[in-house]
Design a protein around this ligand. Sequence first.
Ligand code: ADP
Length: 725
Amino acid sequence: MRAAVLFTLPLPEPFDYAVPDGMAVAPGSIVMAPLGPQQRVGVVWSVSDAEGSNLKPLTSVFDTPPLPQALRDFLDWAARYLVQPPGQLLAMVLRSREALEDGPYETLVTLAPAPSEAGTEAASLRITPARERVLARAAAGPATRTDLAAAAEASTAVVAGLIKAGRLTEIRRAVDTPFEAPDPTLPGRPLSADQAAARDRIAQALASGTFAPLLLDGVTGSGKTEVYLEAIAAALAADPAAQVLVLLPEIALTQSVFARIEQRFGAPPAQWHSDVQPAARRRVWREVAAGRARIVVGARSALFLPFARLRLIVIDEEHDGSYKQDEGLRYHARDLAVARAKQEAATIVLASATPSLETRANALAGRYGHVLLPGRFGTATLPAIELVDMKAERPAPDHWLSPPLVAAMRDRLERGEQSLLFLNRRGFAPVVLCRACGHRMKAPDTDSWLVEHRYSGRLVCHLTGYSIPKPDRCPACGDIDGLVPVGPGVERVLAEARSLFPQARVEILSSDTATSPAAVRDVVARMEAREIDILVGTQIVAKGHNFPHLTLVGVVDADLGLKGGDPRAGERTYQLLSQVAGRAGRAGLPGVAMIQTHYPDSEALQALLAGDSEGFLAAETMAREGLGLPPYGRLAALHLMAPDPAQVDAAARAASEALIAAEGVDVWGPAPPPLTVIRGWHRRRFLVRADRSVDLSAYMAAWRGAFKVPGAVRVSVDIEPYSFL
Ligand code: ADP
């Protein structure tokens, strides 16, 4: 037999090996095989009977279940779609090496394959009734020595004798502590009529047993989570082997969903994200592969787990930009999740209060089912929106909170309610400038300003993490104490809130102050327990959390997202502001969101004010349709990078010359992107727009194959880019 093995390397295709006699491999088996001088992990992509001369033999097989066909098909599809070597996708599945390493084992006894010829003992062995009972039992399946002996009503010595005689053999099998089985029959909360209808829609899709994508569309607090919990219950109850994956955009959000799942099903789900320790990863990976972990909650990489029987995927906050991975393998977890659901013939629920234009277009066109939850659950109402025109309501110099917002905060303090101040900017100040000569502190190897962080006393490049202690004199003119912070970051807003309300408990939540999920959890828990009066935070506070006593949300600067040449800028601003505003007034107390802006007339803000999301989205949609941008066309980027600007320009010329003219395809570039240099690498970019009827992946693959660049130049393809910096 011959096996084609795909390695977790950027190679174009699988390589052939001979399967040694007696080695049991099937498509999907994870194997060790020699590649050059090394032994490498790979996966059998196909097997055939064809004789192969001079093929090297496989070295060994891991005792994991083979990767299922649906997963392998998904990887092949994704490799083609993303214009990546298939091994690069396989690497996502096998990224946690500990999954293959030795873990806890048990030794089981089973029938030997055939009575060994050499063992004269075996031939001459007298089959006593006790031995016969043991052999009969062993034929029913592997068991431990003790269990086998007990089941056969024989002593363990009889079993030992049969092993010695070669009639029985011992095998080792990994035993990971199994996950407690979730119990879908525990009572859920009684659903409202709308919720029950939504749940039934999803349950119906599940029962169809075919690929079924659904948009679960309802404002924050409408009870989407409650609905998908009941949909999970339906999936688990309908099929005792069914597995469910819940994807969340941020690790910080997993805790609350984790707790709600545990409460609903009486058992904690498996978790998969970068913060999960290696031993736990091994257990999750193995238990998922064995089909025993039935509910997995995870970040985008959980999409690559080897589910045995995936029936339902939930993508919570499906519009969230963090589903797009922009480093290493560039992929959008939501888009790939839909593709995976298709391969698995599973149901996929995309949940959001502010669906992306892409998903919305799919729902409007009838490609996705549209499940609507009108209004908030129970007596909770949506917060009132107030726009604060910062041209009229000016804060004092070097202050950022307008008089109306400060008055509203004071009012909340007096009533014992909570306020949340939101600013999507880490650090103390986004720019540091010399008062004497005007010099701005810039990163040495990257086109970005250094951001002042007061907690660490450093100036930090947010793109690369480069940082220096804040100098006491201007590096350009030498002026002592001339460097001043310009503009606000969350740390500065925190300082302002504390000086305004010295008696209040004011705290901050940003990725700099809460560096682990546990730290985030701690702040969130104290906010829930009303141990905090005013919370100042970045987008980490905008999503998902449920603070019952929060009645005021202040958006410090709504104009941040409106600049920049990103086609999704307006949509993103709208989504972020509705998400953050949606934090207020969730438990029946009326909530207010006050939005500070210099552009109160902008379309996104006017739509928010009027609660007219449909109108806003319709206008955005028309604009995109007119330009043939996603979802009415496809986009891809080709990035080139090199340490030497002349070399990257030469490579960009080579790419230009190799361009293939095609109908329905526009290519812009090469152009230097706004961040022209990152970590000393000079960048050039092409943007490709294509009509929906064009196979853009095939186009990009053909183009990429049509030119060569020197080794020092990196070329990468980004299908559906989300970052235009
Ligand atoms: P969403 O996910 O749409 O933001 P949630 O599912 O978190 O909404 O629901 C918002 C709030 O309403 C939560 O506190 C939740 O516990 C509560 N809630 C939603 N549905 C129900 C229900 N059927 N019974 C009781 N409480 C509910």
